[in-house]
Ligand binder design. Structure first.
Ligand SMILES: [Ca+2]
Ligand SMILES: [Ca+2]
Length: 226
């Protein structure tokens, strides 16, 4: 019955077109909080300067990060059932090439996700997390991971997309690898800077769960709605 699985991941919105959650950043508390950080890290500065200057200034974290707005309630992050997902992948991969790479296989995957065939190119791009141009098992697992957690906000979508091993927790390697891919604005941030921000939030203990990831986004900004 595996083939009955359906996913709601709205891949057509993978360019973050959902406006829903931005109002929280208009609240006074958020503005107040951003002033605690170096000016180069605020959304406002990003909008004004478009990062015309390279970010070389290291943050001076003298105070703990204390969110002044109410972060979203942490959703329960569901991990994929890896064995089940692999079974489905093997069924879709009809020619056993190890990839969903024929037209028939791609269409089969698209149907499973409830998509229209005219959107195949967009869909495949959204599924190809590692960017190698084909859908491997790891891509498929990650697609299922995003789908089953029904991300309604840009923050949760980013969190799920960055969590490469679908652990519910983002480690330093995942942050450094994922953020520049998620939005060009992050490509201006050096790995050292990202790791320093992360260490400040975690105290050097463990990775970022979703609430801590939201704290990181408070520091580095959230991509603009396109
Ligand atoms: Ca194949
Ligand atoms: Ca992880």
């Amino acid at each position: 019955n595996n083939m009955q699985m359906t996913y709601n991941y709205n891949y057509q919105n993978s360019q973050y077109t959902q406006p829903a959650q931005y109002t929280q950043y208009n609240q006074p508390g958020y503005q107040q909080n951003t002033q605690q950080f170096p000016q180069t890290t605020t959304n406002q500065t990003y909008q004004q300067t478009q990062y015309t200057q390279p970010i070389t200034q290291q943050p001076q974290f003298n105070q703990p990060v204390q969110p002044q707005y109410t972060p979203q309630a942490a959703p329960k992050i569901t991990q994929p059932n890896f064995a089940e997902v692999q079974k489905v992948f093997n069924i879709i991969d009809a020619d056993r090439s190890g990839f969903i790479d024929t037209r028939e296989e791609m269409v089969q995957l698209l149907k499973l996700a409830g998509g229209e065939e005219s959107k195949l190119d967009v869909f495949l791009k959204a599924c190809d997390f590692d960017g190698d141009g084909k859908i491997g098992l790891q891509d498929y697992i990650r697609f299922v991971y995003v789908s089953i957690n029904h991300p309604q906000t840009i923050e949760l979508t980013m969190f799920l997309a960055a969590d490469a091993d679908c652990s519910g927790d983002i480690d330093p390697d995942e942050i450094v690898a994922a953020l520049p891919r998620l939005d060009p604005m992050y490509s201006q941030l050096t790995p050292q800077y990202l790791l320093q921000c992360m260490t400040h939030i975690t105290g050097g203990q463990g990775g970022l769960d979703f609430p801590k990831f939201q704290q990181l986004l408070q520091v580095i900004g959230v991509p603009q709605i396109k």
